[in-house]
Design a protein around this ligand. Structure first.
Ligand SMILES: CC(C)(COP(=O)(O)OP(=O)(O)OC[C@H]1O[C@@H](n2cnc3c(N)ncnc32)[C@H](O)[C@@H]1OP(=O)(O)O)[C@@H](O)C(=O)NCCC(=O)NCCS
Length: 205
């Protein structure tokens, strides 16, 4: 809960002055994941965190492209993630069961010191409210319980929000041999599929 404490004061101030939309989520454009009922205030709804099951797959995969600003993230989330990694993954949902965020991660079988976060996201209408941090806190606890001493996450260096978010949680980008400054962040060029640049973010547990 260290992260919560560190961010709590800033967040209270932020939410007070927030430009957060007064209803959440209010999309009714017919896209998958749309049709949430409006809430009545700008206050953060009560969020309940639990382990996902395979039954959550459809609700998650239908919103991910939208939640990543239109990037085709669904190809990175085949069903297998909710079949084989649910004991180290999390979903957050409102008291009415609406998806508020999720984290898909695992304890590396090959690297006994590492916990690896594959994807983490918060509902776009509930951002800067601590949900991403709270998902990670739970994953940090999973890592510690599994004897892990570091958490790793990989992202596109141009995803400045992801970089800022991870830095705020204590992650640092790897900056050693093979990295270049891309979009202002150390990153490995052509890290994935010989074309996708990636920043490797590491945090001690
Ligand atoms: C990245 C993401 C998960 C953050 O979730 P969140 O619930 O909004 O994050 P939090 O409220 O816990 O933010 C924690 C801190 O991260 C930093 N942060 C978060 N969003 C930020 C932004 N847009 N710009 C700058 N800093 C940001 C801030 O320091 C923030 O603390 P503060 O609000 O007190 O200033 C969310 O923006 C998201 O889902 N993005 C799309 C998916 C994605 O890119 N995921 C990461 C790669 S897998």
């Amino acid at each position: 809960m260290k992260v919560s404490r560190r961010l709590a004061e800033r967040r209270v101030a932020h939410v007070r002055e927030s430009t957060v939309r007064p209803e959440w989520p209010r999309r009714t454009n017919g896209r998958a994941g749309a049709g949430y009922a409006p809430a009545v205030t700008a206050e953060r709804p009560e969020i309940r965190y639990r382990r996902p099951t395979e039954a959550d797959y459809r609700a998650i995969v239908t919103v991910v492209n939208d939640w990543w600003g239109g990037r085709p993230i669904d190809v990175l989330l085949p069903r297998l993630w909710l079949q084989h990694f649910t004991r180290t993954s999390w979903v957050g949902e409102s008291d009415t069961g609406r998806l508020a965020g999720f984290l898909v991660g695992f304890l590396s079988p090959d690297r006994p010191a590492e916990a690896y976060c594959h994807l983490v996201a918060a509902n776009p209408n509930l951002r800067r409210m601590g949900i991403g941090s709270e998902l990670y806190e739970r994953f940090f606890a999973d890592g510690r319980a599994g004897g892990r001493t570091r958490v790793v996450a990989v992202t596109w260096p141009g995803n400045r929000v992801a970089i800022a978010f991870h830095r705020a949680l204590g992650f640092e980008p790897e900056a050693g041999p093979g990295t270049q400054n891309l979009y202002g962040t150390p990153a490995y060029p052509a890290y994935d599929a010989e074309r996708e640049d990636r920043t490797v973010l590491v945090r001690s547990l």
